[in-house]
Design a binder for this molecule. Structure first.
Ligand SMILES: [Zn+2]
Length: 160
């Protein structure tokens, strides 16, 4: 499933990429450009802007109005609507920064790019082929999973 997020949804974009969704994100793009990309690339436009949402629909784009007060709530609503698994499967994960699919990378290849302490404690690493960012399941990993679990629980409680 392919999405396009408006400028207000930077954080949500990162979460969706982590769980494997293809999400394009632009911080400053005019409404008509967003609608154009959504139609041309067959991407579901995610927006918090009611006017943009209505305009997109009237022009034949697919769009979803993202409500919710915080990231957990937003994420649970999008996941519910599009039947997304709120779990990280690294085989599908995309780079939260740039949307490219990340690949496993051997420790030796990245030895110089990460802190020695990290090298000592972790064995599995992933690299983004596009921006070069290296990922590992560090201390933030627990927090990420906690947030996803919270969003899953909230999703179950959302009304149909
Ligand atoms: Zn990247």
């Amino acid at each position: 499933m392919k999405f396009l997020a408006d400028g207000m949804l930077g954080k949500l974009t990162r979460w969706l990429r982590m769980i494997g969704c293809d999400v394009k994100y632009f911080r400053n793009l005019k409404d008509e450009d967003l609608i154009g990309i959504s139609i041309r690339e067959n991407r579901i436009l995610l927006t918090r802007d009611t006017n943009l949402f209505r305009r997109a629909l009237s022009k034949g784009a697919s769009a979803f109005l993202v409500e919710g007060r915080d990231e957990v709530e937003k994420l649970s609503m999008v996941a519910k609507r599009f039947n997304l698994d709120l779990e990280i499967n690294v085989k599908n994960s995309r780079c939260p920064k740039c949307n490219a699919r990340i690949h496993p990378v051997s420790k030796n290849k990245i030895r110089e790019k990460i802190p020695p302490g990290t090298l000592k404690f972790y064995d599995k690493f992933w690299e983004c082929p596009k921006c070069g960012q290296i990922y590992w399941r560090g201390s933030h990993w627990k927090k990420i999973n906690r947030t996803l679990l919270e969003a899953s629980k909230m999703m179950e409680n959302l009304k149909e």
